[in-house]
Design a protein around this ligand. Structure first.
Ligand SMILES: Cc1cc2nc3c(=O)[nH]c(=O)nc-3n(C[C@H](O)[C@H](O)[C@H](O)COP(=O)(O)OP(=O)(O)OC[C@H]3O[C@@H](n4cnc5c(N)ncnc54)[C@H](O)[C@@H]3O)c2cc1C
Length: 407
């Protein structure tokens, strides 16, 4: 039942969405939440959870059924991402696998790659990760140094990646690398590298501030032989592919943000009605009421924008600028509102056994990964101030030509 202060979600309005929501609930309550602490301790999630997700049709929701997917529209994926965040379940990192890695194969993969990887990705037998960030560069993707040297029918890959989500548990990684060092972003390509290939090694999962049940690690490539068939898309098209796929990734982060705030608010509403101070429930204080009103309002306002972006994505019309706005606004809102919720728990808010602490820890990275919120603002500003940036680019080009003619 929709509460009077909640936005009617037309995006999830159908009976199919309600049935799907029940499957999601069963999955998280039965196969994920009971194991969360174990996974947090070991720093990664067990494969059984992935296989169960595959069995229930939760992997590859938008993937073509001919590759074992569900063939549903993006709104079903959106519902899953939101609900997972509402439950405070960092693992398994389904959206990384389903909404980021799988679409790369679907849109840019050869028939060989699609047939080899996609059916097993949908069943959970194969888990994929995406390696863009390197120890020396994150925001500046063009500056990556991992290099694949052309050796005829294969490449020899050298370099390293860091902060790779499910890098430790994945069976393969899409690796962004340079295939031509002289061509700048036009020299970047994407290679599918299978775990276990000689020379491909992995660090242990990092000890993180949040998302503790989901592994994040370093990857190392030392003279790794990668067959040419594992090139995703054409040589030198990697940067364009990444830029094309990033709006979807950024929207998944925004969806996770609104789901997490909804979950945090539910816990806060419950707690503030039970906890007493000065002989009354703490929700009797006007400060508590105002904070809860603020969280509920900001959540619903952000939800309206994110829903619109989901609709646009399903229609293939989500622009990078709108996706950046959704990511930056929703994740900023998430961090600020969960901080307010935590405050209402007093000292208990700081204790890991209380769910609000987990929401707080998990929130912080949302402003960092998928492109930092500062980079989101750079992109938005470039578009809003396009006249200024257009002139600047023209001036820089003219200066370059002048210098070249002098030399
Ligand atoms: C838990 C986690 C999971 C991740 N998962 C993945 C993954 O699966 N795959 C992957 O490839 N990467 C992943 N990342 C990496 C993430 O995308 C990067 O950390 C992020 O893009 C920032 O890069 P950086 O850490 O190198 O920071 P830097 O680029 O060094 O930035 C440092 C600071 O400088 C600011 N800055 C940089 N450039 C500008 C600019 N032009 N204008 C203004 N400010 C600027 C940044 O906003 C930031 O505040 C993950 C990171 C974490 C923490």
């Amino acid at each position: 039942m929709i509460k009077p202060y909640e936005l009617p979600r037309t995006v999830y309005g159908s009976e199919e969405h309600q049935m799907f929501k029940k499957t999601i609930e069963e999955y998280f309550k039965t196969y994920v939440l009971p194991y969360r602490e174990k996974w947090e301790e070991q720093g990664y999630c067990d494969r059984e959870a992935w296989l169960k997700a595959g069995e229930l049709g939760l992997l590859g929701i938008t993937l073509d059924p001919k590759y074992g997917g569900m063939g549903l529209d993006f709104s079903f994926s959106a519902l899953l991402i939101e609900e997972q965040a509402r439950y405070g379940a960092a693992a398994p990192a389904i959206s990384m696998h389903s909404d980021i890695v799988i679409p790369y194969f679907e849109k840019h993969g050869s028939d060989y790659l699609k047939e080899k990887y996609l059916p097993k990705c949908a069943s959970g037998e194969l888990i994929g990760s995406l390696g863009m960030t390197e120890p020396s560069t994150g925001s500046d993707v063009q500056a990556i140094q991992t290099y694949a040297e052309d050796r005829g029918d294969h490449y020899i890959l050298n370099g390293s990646k860091t902060f790779i989500t499910i890098g430790y548990t994945s069976d393969f990684t899409i690796v962004a690398c340079k295939t031509d060092k002289k061509k700048g972003f036009k020299g970047i390509s994407l290679l599918v590298v299978d775990s276990g290939t000689p020379g491909f090694t992995k660090g242990n999962p990092f000890h993180k501030l949040g998302l503790k049940a989901s592994d994040t690690c370093e990857l190392f490539f030392e003279d790794v032989k990668v067959p040419k068939e594992n090139l995703l898309g054409g040589e030198g098209t990697g940067f364009i592919q990444m830029m094309t796929e990033l709006p979807r990734e950024r929207l998944t982060i925004a969806l996770g943000a609104i789901g997490a705030v909804r979950g945090a608010l539910e816990h806060t509403v419950e707690y503030t009605q039970e906890r007493r101070a000065f002989k009354q429930p703490i929700c009797g204080f006007q400060n508590t009421q105002f904070k809860i009103a603020e969280v509920a309002t900001k959540l619903e306002v952000a939800t309206a924008f994110v829903d619109k972006c989901s609709e646009l994505l399903a229609l293939g019309k989500l622009t990078p600028e709108l996706a950046s706005m959704a990511k930056y606004h929703a994740s900023d809102m998430q961090c600020a509102m969960i901080d307010e919720c935590l405050q209402l728990f007093g000292g208990y808010g700081y204790i890991w056994e209380y769910p609000i602490a987990r929401y707080y820890g998990d929130a912080r990275v949302q402003r960092i990964y998928g492109g930092t919120n500062e980079i989101m603002k750079v992109m938005i500003a470039r578009s809003v101030l396009s006249k200024y940036f257009g002139e600047l680019k023209a001036q820089q080009k003219a200066r370059k030509l002048e210098m070249a003619s002098r030399n």
